[in-house]
Design a protein around this ligand. Structure first.
Ligand code: FES
Length: 106
Protein backbone atom coordinates (compact mmCIF):
# COMPACT_ATOMS: atom_id res chain seq x y z
CA UNK A 1 0.00 0.00 0.00
CA UNK A 2 1.44 3.44 -0.84
CA UNK A 3 2.47 5.67 2.01
CA UNK A 4 2.31 9.38 2.72
CA UNK A 5 4.52 11.33 5.10
CA UNK A 6 2.76 14.22 6.81
CA UNK A 7 5.00 16.90 8.29
CA UNK A 8 2.94 18.52 11.02
CA UNK A 9 3.27 22.19 11.99
CA UNK A 10 5.21 21.20 15.13
CA UNK A 11 7.77 19.41 12.94
CA UNK A 12 6.61 15.92 13.81
CA UNK A 13 6.55 13.52 10.86
CA UNK A 14 3.85 10.88 10.56
CA UNK A 15 4.09 8.16 7.94
CA UNK A 16 0.76 6.60 7.04
CA UNK A 17 -0.23 3.86 4.61
CA UNK A 18 -3.02 5.21 2.43
CA UNK A 19 -5.21 2.90 0.35
CA UNK A 20 -5.40 3.72 -3.34
CA UNK A 21 -8.54 5.78 -3.95
CA UNK A 22 -8.49 7.40 -0.49
CA UNK A 23 -7.83 11.11 -0.11
CA UNK A 24 -4.86 12.19 1.96
CA UNK A 25 -7.28 14.25 4.09
CA UNK A 26 -9.37 11.18 5.02
CA UNK A 27 -6.25 9.13 5.74
CA UNK A 28 -4.87 11.87 8.00
CA UNK A 29 -8.11 12.27 9.94
CA UNK A 30 -8.53 8.53 10.41
CA UNK A 31 -4.96 8.30 11.74
CA UNK A 32 -5.48 11.10 14.25
CA UNK A 33 -3.35 13.72 12.55
CA UNK A 34 -5.11 16.60 14.24
CA UNK A 35 -3.47 19.40 12.27
CA UNK A 36 -5.68 18.40 9.32
CA UNK A 37 -9.30 19.13 10.17
CA UNK A 38 -11.37 18.18 7.11
CA UNK A 39 -14.41 20.02 8.42
CA UNK A 40 -16.58 19.62 5.31
CA UNK A 41 -15.85 15.92 5.00
CA UNK A 42 -14.04 16.24 1.69
CA UNK A 43 -16.35 18.24 -0.54
CA UNK A 44 -13.82 21.01 -1.17
CA UNK A 45 -15.87 23.58 0.68
CA UNK A 46 -13.95 24.41 3.87
CA UNK A 47 -10.17 24.62 3.16
CA UNK A 48 -9.33 23.04 6.54
CA UNK A 49 -7.28 20.33 4.85
CA UNK A 50 -4.67 22.68 3.37
CA UNK A 51 -1.31 21.04 2.71
CA UNK A 52 1.88 21.97 0.91
CA UNK A 53 2.88 19.16 -1.44
CA UNK A 54 6.63 18.59 -1.08
CA UNK A 55 7.06 15.72 -3.54
CA UNK A 56 5.33 14.40 -6.66
CA UNK A 57 3.61 17.76 -7.24
CA UNK A 58 4.00 17.30 -10.99
CA UNK A 59 2.10 14.00 -10.85
CA UNK A 60 -1.03 15.51 -9.34
CA UNK A 61 -3.95 16.49 -11.52
CA UNK A 62 -4.28 20.25 -11.86
CA UNK A 63 -6.41 22.10 -9.34
CA UNK A 64 -10.01 22.61 -10.31
CA UNK A 65 -11.44 26.13 -10.32
CA UNK A 66 -13.35 25.23 -7.15
CA UNK A 67 -10.22 24.02 -5.35
CA UNK A 68 -8.40 27.18 -6.35
CA UNK A 69 -11.24 29.33 -5.04
CA UNK A 70 -11.37 27.47 -1.74
CA UNK A 71 -7.62 27.79 -1.28
CA UNK A 72 -7.95 31.54 -1.67
CA UNK A 73 -9.96 31.43 1.60
CA UNK A 74 -7.42 29.25 3.42
CA UNK A 75 -6.23 30.45 6.83
CA UNK A 76 -2.54 29.96 6.04
CA UNK A 77 -0.45 31.44 3.28
CA UNK A 78 -1.17 29.89 -0.10
CA UNK A 79 1.95 28.80 -1.97
CA UNK A 80 2.40 27.34 -5.47
CA UNK A 81 2.43 23.84 -3.94
CA UNK A 82 -0.74 24.38 -1.88
CA UNK A 83 -3.50 21.80 -2.33
CA UNK A 84 -6.63 20.75 -0.54
CA UNK A 85 -5.86 17.37 0.99
CA UNK A 86 -9.34 16.13 0.21
CA UNK A 87 -8.70 16.62 -3.48
CA UNK A 88 -5.45 14.63 -3.51
CA UNK A 89 -6.49 11.01 -4.00
CA UNK A 90 -3.90 8.30 -3.50
CA UNK A 91 -2.61 6.35 -6.47
CA UNK A 92 0.18 3.78 -6.67
CA UNK A 93 2.47 6.23 -8.46
CA UNK A 94 2.12 8.69 -5.58
CA UNK A 95 3.86 6.32 -3.14
CA UNK A 96 6.21 8.15 -0.75
CA UNK A 97 4.29 11.38 -1.15
CA UNK A 98 5.40 14.03 1.34
CA UNK A 99 3.09 16.84 2.41
CA UNK A 100 3.60 19.59 4.94
CA UNK A 101 0.43 20.50 6.81
CA UNK A 102 -0.41 24.21 6.72
CA UNK A 103 0.24 25.84 10.12
CA UNK A 104 -3.32 27.03 10.60
CA UNK A 105 -6.57 25.59 9.23
CA UNK A 106 -9.10 28.06 10.70
FE1 FES B 1 -13.11 20.59 3.37
FE2 FES B 1 -10.99 19.59 2.10
S1 FES B 1 -12.04 18.75 3.75
S2 FES B 1 -12.02 21.43 1.70
Amino acid sequence: MPNVTYICPDGEREEVEVPVGTSIMKAAVSHGIESIVGDCGGSASCATCHVYVESHLEKLPPKTVNEDEMLSDAASEVLPNSRLGCQVVMRDDLASLVVRVAPGQW
